[in-house]
Design a protein around this ligand. Structure first.
Ligand code: 13P
Length: 136
C-alpha cells in the first residue's frame, strides 16, 4: 500500500516515535511524506521515503494530487490543532480529497494506531480491488 506521512512541527516527534514503533509494518509498504516530516522519519528509522515539498511550499497539495489519481491508499496526518498554519487551505483541501475518494485518513495518533493495525491484518484489501478495477 502507498502511505502518506505528514506531521505539523509540534507533532513531528510523535509521528517519528509512531513510525519507529510500527516500523516492521511500515517496512512492507511504500512510504511518502511532506519534506521535513519525511526527513525526520528517514533520519530516525532509515526507512526509504519518497519526499515531496514541505507542506507550506506545496507538499500537501502534491499528496492531494496522488489521492486524486487514486495513487495513495492511506494518509496519516498528525495535525496540530492549536497552531495556525499559513497553508491552512492546502490542509483543508487534502482532507477534503481523502473524503472525496474514501481514503483512510488519521489526523491523530489514536486513529493512526487503529489504521495501521487494520492495515497489518488486511483490512485495506479493498484498495487492491479498487486498483484492479482502475487498471481495467
Ligand atoms: O506542513 C505540513 C503539513 O501541512 C508538513 O510539512 P513538513 O513535513 O515539510 O513540515
Amino acid at each position: 500500500m502507498k502511505i502518506a506521512l505528514i506531521a505539523h512541527d509540534k507533532k513531528k516527534t510523535d509521528l517519528v516515535q509512531f513510525v519507529t514503533a510500527y516500523q516492521p509494518i511500515f517496512t512492507d509498504h511504500e512510504l511518502f511524506a511532506t519534506g521535513t516530516t519525511g526527513l525526520r522519519i528517514q533520519e530516525a528509522t532509515g526507512l526509504s521515503i519518497h519526499r515531496f515539498r514541505s507542506g507550506p511550499l506545496g507538499g500537501d497539495q502534491e499528496i492531494g494530487a496522488l489521492i486524486a489519481q487514486n495513487k495513495m491508499d492511506m494518509v496519516l496526518f498528525f495535525r496540530d490543532p492549536l497552531t495556525a498554519q499559513p497553508h491552512e487551505p492546502d490542509i483543508t483541501a487534502l482532507i477534503r480529497l481523502c473524503d472525496v475518494y474514501s481514503i483512510p485518513l488519521a489526523t491523530n495518533m489514536g486513529t493512526a494506531e487503529i489504521l495501521v493495525r487494520g492495515l497489518d491484518r488486511g483490512d485495506l484489501h479493498w484498495r487492491d480491488v479498487v486498483h484492479e478495477q482502475d487498471n481495467k
